[in-house]
Design a protein around this ligand. Structure first.
Ligand code: MG
Length: 367
């Protein structure tokens, strides 16, 4: 079996709430997502999706996904898509870095492997743990009152995990955290995610001001060293995200006891293959994980569901259902949230089929 064609469509995913805002005044109103197809010489096609959180979150941008596929694709034509580690080695040899470019191809090859074997991707990734996957809701950065109002609404929809987008003015962030925690119960979990937005002294002030609250602190500052300094000055449970962009960084952070949980994003690490490697290591090291991606629609949500559902429940901190944040559905068969939970499909592969009627023109076509 050989890869005969690699292609990609662009699809716009507008936000249901109108916009999504996080640290430093960054915001997105319409996500630019890329749906990647890998087609075999037998006519089977597997799909993946890559959707950066705008061009200013991680070193990734939407047009870069497509440009990277143009660069990488010709190196992969003729390879067996079932040999996923061999394929990843080839991708790394052909293009240094740019893990987000590789992610869509890697996910599509897992989808293909599932379609070929008749197995869901979660089975291929190790098996299904438990009945369902608990979800969190990211709360866009607004006034403390507005964020409280949104949390109340999403709580009524069944969510019990909330991630507040802070990393703005530290005094307002302190108000945001207090206001939202006050309306949550003991079974609810709250994460204050600064997305690198605070300087070290600001972060130290915030963690002191919320010392008595039950809240996790996620990625307060830009650099690993700043985060580590803040970590050493707080007794809050601590999560690293943006800094954990490789196996080497995970091991370094573990060595420093720099976090209690980590956020693994599929495209940040280069696909399901690399994310599974870090996921399995985290399980062995006893570190719980938020398993997700930078953003995406139905295909990304399906990939997240398989990754999360194949992770032991006690190490699943949270995941999220990006397809419920956006107003365009780019595939049928993706998981749909029920009372704050989702399930990986039992169908072969990711269990999705793209809705070609909503996808734009083919922008990448390599054969
Ligand atoms: Mg985060």
């Amino acid at each position: 079996m050989k890869i005969r064609r690699i292609f990609a469509h662009r699809v716009e995913l507008p936000l249901g709430e109108g916009s999504y805002k996080w640290s430093g005044g960054k915001s997105v109103t319409v996500f630019d997502s890329t749906v990647v197809g890998v087609e075999t010489d037998e006519g089977l096609v597997g799909y993946g999706e890559v959707c950066p959180l705008g061009p200013f979150y991680l070193p990734a941008y939407a047009a870069g996904v497509r440009a990277g596929l143009q660069e990488l694709g010709p190196h992969l034509i003729g390879m067996d898509p079932r040999d996923i580690n061999v394929l990843n080695e080839r991708m790394d040899a052909a293009l240094k870095g740019h893990p987000y470019v590789k992610s869509g191809i890697d996910i599509a090859c897992w989808d293909l492997l599932g379609r070929i074997t008749g197995l869901p991707v979660c089975t291929l990734l190790g098996g299904r743990f438990g009945e369902q996957v608990r979800l969190y809701r990211a709360i866009s950065q607004e006034s403390p009152e507005e964020m409280s109002r949104k949390v109340q609404g999403y709580k009524a929809e069944g969510y019990t995990r909330f991630q507040l987008k802070v990393g703005g003015d530290p005094d307002v962030d302190i108000e945001r955290i207090h206001a939202v925690r006050a309306m949550l119960g003991p079974g609810d979990r709250l994460v204050a995610d600064a997305n690198t937005g605070w300087t070290q002294h600001e972060a130290v002030r915030v963690v002191r001001a919320v010392r008595d609250l039950d809240v996790y602190i996620e990625q307060p500052c830009q650099t690993y060293e700043e985060c580590l300094a803040v970590r050493r000055q707080t007794d809050h449970a601590f999560i690293l995200d943006e800094n954990i962009d490789s196996l080497q960084m995970l091991l370094r952070a573990r060595g420093d006891l720099a976090m209690d949980a980590v956020n693994l994003k599929i495209s940040k690490l280069g696909g399901l293959t690399r994310t599974r490697q870090l996921r399995d290591l985290c399980v062995s090291m006893g570190i719980a994980m938020t398993l997700e991606d930078s953003w995406g629609g139905d295909i990304t949500t399906a990939a997240i569901s398989h990754l999360a559902h194949s992770t032991p429940e006690e190490f699943r901190f949270t995941s999220t259902d990006f397809n419920s944040y956006v107003t365009v559905s780019n595939a049928v068969g993706a998981p749909q949230r029920v009372d704050g939970f989702m399930k990986a499909s039992a169908a072969p592969g990711l269990g999705i089929e793209p809705r070609f009627e909503v996808l734009g023109d083919v922008l990448v076509d390599i054969h």
